[in-house]
Design a protein around this ligand. Sequence first.
Ligand code: UD1
Ligand code: CA
Length: 453
Amino acid sequence: MTDLLAIVLAAGEGTRMKSVRPKVLHEIGGLPIIAHVLGAARAAGARKIAVVVGRGQATVREAVEAAAPGAMIFEQAARRGTADAAKLARPAWEKAEGNVVVVYGDHPLLRGHNIKAVTEKLDAGVDAAMLGFEPKDPTGYGRLITEGDRLLAIREHSDASEDERQILLCNACALAFRAGVFRDLIEKVTDRNEQGEFYITDMVELANQAKLNVGYAVADADEVVGVNDRAQLAHAEGLFQRRMRHRAMASGVTLIDPKTAYFSFDTRLGEDVTVEPGVFFAPGVTVEAGATIRAHCHLEGAHVGKGAVIGPFARLRPGARIGAGAHIGNYVEVKNSVIGEGVKANHLGYIGDADVGAHTNIGAGTITCNFDGVGKHRTVIGANVFIGSNSALVAPVKIADGAYIASGSVITEDVGPGDLAIARGRQVNKKGRAKELRDKLGKSKGKPKGKSH
Ligand code: UD1
Ligand code: CA
């Protein structure tokens, strides 16, 4: 395969987002837009990646380093246009061999095959090739001026004539060049246009003037949507969710009402998992085969074992590891805890910083008191334990295998294997005193009080 350098442009200010956060850090499926684009560049076979970020955008830098370790990062001090940004990656393209592709950093749904569509044109003999698409509304996009399968120019919307604005085929987000062609032309771009910017798109006309051959490929419009404002962000998110739902169903997942299941970029669901309506998978969730996520659950950073049943109305927070066949029921929250096989915690509870052994039963209303106001502590519960309803387990505390905790207990001391722990006030029954109490209460109710009587 020909060597490929991808130059990803991410220095724009994103003013139309009206946000303190740089545009490319807004998320689609829980992952920054820029990370999606870098993933596409890698999937297209770009062994070298250069990213141009805005001056002082430390947070963008961090996101790039996390998503594409080893990527070269360059800074653009003033937003002078896409060609100016690409030019700033000089140390990356100066000695590049093979092909160079410039990719806009604000197209989160882009995939490797979209970039390959243009690099393959280069391999087939053209000197440069651009990715086009037909958006529903072409306003604001650069128009592709073509003649047969040749691309003559890209005209930015603000510079286009009325006739040119009728063209529906637009510039998407991937512009590929033979490395030598890129080097020859990038310096020739000027800022003589409506916006006074250096347009990377001008390289098409320059290539034609140099008698080079420029081709184009056409992408599915839903794969190359750009994000400039919040409405486009929501549109891209919707398309991404549709993609993830289809992927899940294709791999054997039942989504009872697909449009109400929300996925993150890394959600992994096994075969025969069933997802009921209204479920949100935040990042870091894996669900093994045959498990059921019942209606209205929120899961994040959690692992659900084979055949487990979660919800309805359950919350799994980071570090929740639910064993095979376990049941986590309504209004139960689990955080940073390892729940053994076949455990049942069916109603109302908080299990945080705990280990729960296999086949233990956690009664309704059980709370692990894991935080003492200063630090977090662990609750360790063995296998086959019975925790009676409405118990408070004050960590750090250990409850050994087979132990039995009476309902309403506040457990502050370790419980040995097979022991019964009762930790609550003893009940007092007073013979026949119910009537006496009622009479007393009735009298006080009948008494006139205050000035209003
Ligand atoms: C650009 C294209 C347009 C195309 C559209 C597709 C140009 C001149 N225009 O327009 O043909 O139809 O994308 O979405 O290329 N950037 C920098 N530095 C700059 C300017 C931009 O890094 O000085 C980055 C931005 O962060 C962004 C990308 O380049 O990721 C595209 O810039 P943007 O301003 O969004 O261009 P559009 O007006 O959308
Ligand atoms: Ca854009």
